[in-house]
Design a protein around this ligand. Structure first.
Ligand SMILES: [Zn+2]
Length: 299
């Protein structure tokens, strides 16, 4: 029994490191281990305690593996963007994705495929300015975005697999640079513990999962509920470049480290303050992604 839980724990740790870990699978294993534990009356109290600590640690490890906006958030961004692709751009893109939609591949980068391990973050300086290409770490998300965009300008002369990968990178990373916890400020810790709605979590994944604190929708419902702006509003939101969006997001999002500090107990009040920022950033990411893809593929 105990060794089973130890191995669940080891798997959780390993999954956390490899970022390939399925939270659902982990949770169901923990639940079944727990059910077995309840039936098991020959464990003494100390053993019980050890087991409970390991279960908690495994769950914690699982929860901390969330990616920016989670899978559904990325799919929602892609789905809203898709609504605003021209017919020609959509058809052109899908030729490179074997007939599939950008929604299908929206979270592909989080699912450990074989590609350069770019970080899903944007690093900025003390004045909220995204680091210049010379200064940013090689694996910074902004490097991936600019290299992919550069190659896509010339996509007709690129190998099909390269184009497909660059589309998947852009679809995912434009979402990531709009996630507050994915902006890396100098001397600001993003992973401090807080208690939210009675559960201890790191602050970063609180933001990754922010959308779910108000609605547990699928991507189509997000599309239905959020994609309700006029053409003028959409054009205004989509203005700029990935650099200016990253800068704007860095300026807007620094405040999240005033909204919560280490060991804070966060409740509804915090969520009501935080959620509108998350939702607005998701909408902007969607329209900006559509603009980028139309500029590249509507020809
Ligand atoms: Zn990501």
């Amino acid at each position: 029994m105990q060794s089973r839980i130890y191995s669940s724990y080891a798997e959780a740790r390993k999954g956390l490191l490899e970022e390939t870990f399925s939270i659902n699978r982990m949770q169901s294993r923990i639940y079944s281990s727990y059910a077995e534990l309840k039936n098991c009356n020959n464990l003494n109290i100390i053993e019980m305690k050890k087991v409970v600590i390991l279960l908690a640690a495994a769950l914690c490890a699982a929860v901390q593996n969330a990616s920016a906006w989670g899978r559904v958030g990325h799919e929602a961004i892609a789905a809203i963007a898709e609504n605003h692709l021209t017919e020609r751009a959509k058809a052109n893109i899908e030729k490179y994705l074997d007939g599939r939609s950008i929604v299908y591949y929206a979270a592909w980068m989080d699912q450990q495929h074989d590609h350069k391990p770019y970080k899903h973050t944007v690093t900025v300086d003390k004045d909220n300015e995204p680091l210049s290409p010379k200064k940013r770490p090689e694996l910074d998300g902004m490097n991936a975005i600019s290299l992919s965009l550069e190659r896509l300008q010339d996509y007709k002369n690129q190998p099909k697999d390269t184009v497909a990968q660059d589309i998947k990178f852009i679809v995912h990373l434009i979402g990531d640079i709009h996630c507050p916890a994915h902006i890396v400020y100098p001397k600001v810790t993003r992973f401090f513990p807080v208690t939210i709605m009675g559960r201890v979590k790191k602050y970063h994944p609180v933001w990754d999962g922010m959308l779910d604190y108000n609605h547990g929708w699928g991507y189509n419902e997000w599309r239905e509920q959020l994609d309700r702006y006029s053409e003028e509003e959409i054009a205004a939101m989509a203005e700029g470049t990935p650099m200016s969006w990253a800068r704007e997001n860095a300026q807007r999002c620094r405040v999240i480290y005033e909204w919560a500090k280490k060991d804070d107990v966060l409740d509804r009040k915090f969520i009501n303050q935080a959620y509108p920022l998350a939702e607005d950033l998701v909408v902007k990411a969607s329209y900006r992604l559509a603009k980028l893809l139309n500029e590249l593929f509507d020809e």
